[in-house]
Ligand binder design. Structure first.
Ligand SMILES: *Cc1c(COP(=O)(O)O)cnc(C)c1O
Length: 246
């Protein structure tokens, strides 16, 4: 048989990959939750749906997937009118300030707020719409040049500043740790995030709450949950390898 390196799967193939994986991943999430002293329902199973057809996403939602997250504004907008309203919609990717206007009011949680400036833009847009937008602060836990996000050292001060901005409400933290081939390294980053999360939680900053810790993807979601994550963002393990590199 020929090796096919560029995966081009049809909608039907994607749906059946989802069908094969969904129950298994739910089980693995539940087990990891129990292992960390939580209930399965304490963990939000969010599907990272970039490059995945709306038809496949809606199939997943009809099977009980509770939340979906897109990471490009353009792609999100192209899907939104066709997307089932039975799942929460989150924005999980890098957000430029000038694109915030396109998603404010359309998502229930923005995971990826990486600067006070961006929080201010989201806040202003939200006030104009008469809403409050729930956000997470993205932490660049590995201090990587290539990634945006607050450093662990600055996140508390930034939260204090952001908590004073009308129109946004910080609900927790999010991170994408460095790509590691070694799960014990990821575990160390997740532990560091959880400690930061608890530390900030203990400060009880007004007009904010530390409820959500969004971390863990296809390769490491169980480890993330064991270390305190309560939102996991899973793409490949659910829908198979993406059709093109992203
Ligand atoms: C794509 C993506 C994920 C999921 O990645 P997988 O490895 O495919 O599970 C999670 N978080 C963000 C921000 C992403 O862009």
């Amino acid at each position: 048989m020929m090796e096919n390196s560029s995966v081009e799967l049809s909608v039907e193939q994607r749906k059946s990959i989802f069908d094969e994986n969904f129950a298994d991943i739910k089980n693995r999430i539940a087990k990891a939750a129990v292992k960390s002293g939580k209930k399965p329902d304490d963990i939000l199973f969010l599907a990272a749906t970039k490059t995945i057809d709306v038809e496949v996403i809606n199939h997943a939602i009809s099977c009980g997937l509770p939340a979906v997250g897109e990471n490009k504004v353009q792609e999100f907008l192209s899907k939104i009118d066709f997307l089932s309203d039975k799942a929460q919609r989150h924005f999980i990717g890098h957000l430029q300030s000038n694109k915030a206007k396109d998603i404010v009011g359309k998502v229930s949680l923005i995971h990826s707020v990486h600067s006070v400036k961006l929080a201010r833009v989201i806040g202003d847009l939200s006030v104009k719409k008469g809403i409050v937008t729930d956000i997470l602060l993205e932490v660049n836990i590995g201090n990587e040049e290539s990634k945006s996000g607050f450093s662990a050292n600055e996140v508390l001060d930034s939260l204090i500043e952001i908590s004073k901005i009308d129109g946004v409400f910080v609900r927790g933290l999010m991170t994408i740790p460095p790509i590691c081939d070694n799960l014990s390294k990821n575990r160390a980053y997740f532990k560091e995030m959880y400690n930061l999360f608890l530390d900030i939680q203990s400060k009880k900053i007004d007009n904010s709450s530390m409820e959500y810790l969004s971390m863990g993807m296809s390769n490491d979601f169980e480890v993330a949950i064991e270390e305190g994550a309560n939102i996991v963002r899973i793409g490949t393990a659910l829908f198979g390898k993406r059709n093109y590199n992203f």
